[in-house]
Structure formats: C-alpha cells, structure tokens
Design a protein. Sequence first.
Length: 319
Amino acid sequence: MKGFYRLLNFLLPMSKWILLSLVLGFATIFCNIGLMGAAAYIIARASEHISLSAIQIAIVGVRFFGISRGVFRYFDRLLSHSINFQLIGKLRIWFYTRIEQLIPGQMDQHRSGEILAGAVSDIKDLENFYARVITPPIIALFTTISLTIFAGNVHRTLWPYYLLGMVISGLATILLGFLLNRCEQENKIECRGWFWSLLVDTVQGLPDIIAFGAQETTLNKYSERNKSYNRIQFNQSFLIGVSNTASKLIWQAFFIIILVVVISLVSNKSIMGYFLPVLVLMTLASFEVLQPLVSLPYHLNTTLQAEKKLYKLVDKEVT
C-alpha cells in the first residue's frame, strides 16, 4: 500500500477542490434518490384521490431534484476532470524530472521501450486513481449513512436492514472484484511493458532487421505478444463481466429483503402504504452508487501496478 500513499501525496495540494468534488458527487446521488422517492410518493398519494395541496411540496421536490441533479452532475464532472488533469500533469512533471536526472548513466539496465511505456501508458493508467478509486467508496459511504437515517425515520426497524444491506453489498462487490482481477492485472502490465520494449527495439534496429532478413522472425514475435495481450484483455473483460453479474445478484438479494420487510410493515400497518413504492424506488436508485465499486478493484490494481513500475524506474540516487 506504499504506492497508494505516494499517489495520495500528489492529491493533498488539491484537497479543497477534492472536498468540493465529493460534495457535488454526493449531491448528485442524493438528488437522484430524492427524485425517485418524491416521484413515487406523488403517484402513490395521487392514487388515493387526495387534495393537490397535500402533495404540493412533493411536486416542488420533483422539480428541484430533477433540475439539481443535472446541475450537480455537470459541475461534478467538470471538477473531477480538472482534478484528474492536474494529477496527471504533476505525475508527468515528477517522472520527467526524475528521468532527466538519471539519464543516461543510471538507466542502462532498462530498455528504451520500458521507459517509453512508463512515460505514456503507465502514467495514463494513473488518471483513474481519483475518479474511479478514491471517489466511489467515499460517496457510497455518505449515501449509505443518508439512506439509513431516512429509513430509520420512516420506521425504527428499517435502518439495520439498510445499513447492513448497503455495507455488505458494497464490500462484497469490492472483494469479489479483487479476487477475480488481481492476477490478470499484473500480467497485463508486464505484457504491455514487453510489447513497448519490442516496439522500440524494432524501430531502432530496423536497418539491422532488414539487413539480416529477420522480418519474419520479428513479425512472429509481434504476433506472439499480441496474442498474449489480447488473451489477457479477453480474460479481464470476462472476469469484469462475471463480477458485474455477481454483484447485481447481491444487490437484488438486498432489494428483495427490503421489499419483504417493507411489505410486512405495511401489512401490519406499522407504516403507511404509500411508503412501499417510495422505499422500493429509493433502494433501486441507491444502486447507482454501488455500480462504480464493480470496477474499483480493477482500477486500483491498475494504478498500483503502474505506480510501482514507474517508481522502480526512477527510484535511484542521483549521482
């Protein structure tokens, strides 16, 4: 986890913007859940043929949540991308500064393609560190707390189901992703480094390859590397699909439990009947915050492996 903390150090100077971005991200999810809940409340109450004034606040709420969701999402995306660009800019400056101090004397043991892969692909992989590794679990945590508080206000027996359901669903999604994606991700980084090294060596040694008639041998090497890389990418896509499907099954199990509990409370007249569609739709809307957790292990492994490779290249004393 040393690499994780090293990447966090690059984000510390932007802590104020990151805090604002997290607030905007949470507000977006909050408005989406509120929109579904308010809309369900209006429809359920309107079916009882009550006065329009009784649902006037909910009507205003639907308008507010609908407009605010778009506004918050726009500024959230804008700020998140700005933070990503600043992070990548700092990483590139750090990497090139270190490489400049080490070349040529202390980089002889590394191939040119390996350095090129670090400067291009590995740094590019780090752009997902903030938006897809740091942000999703934090927003999921605050969404879980808010949803639990709301459910507890509806009925005191509901909050444990929401708290445990959201926590177990989130943790199970992340752990499942780690188990499925860890090994393949390490192989992908290594295979990509080999490919870049082979590419640079081929370009630099092209006259010799032609002179000695080694074109077919070189093409065969490319074909082997390409097949290995494609196989790894296919396996990763398959594993991400399996993780996504299994995660949705976990979420649906949580949803069914909530549905059964709320139906029993309505049947016992512990809560009003119109709370059934409200809680059901709010639960479904809350799954939006769990979706990014499916790819979180993949992106975390990508960033940590890329950071480890970069640090291995430049972690030398300047002489």
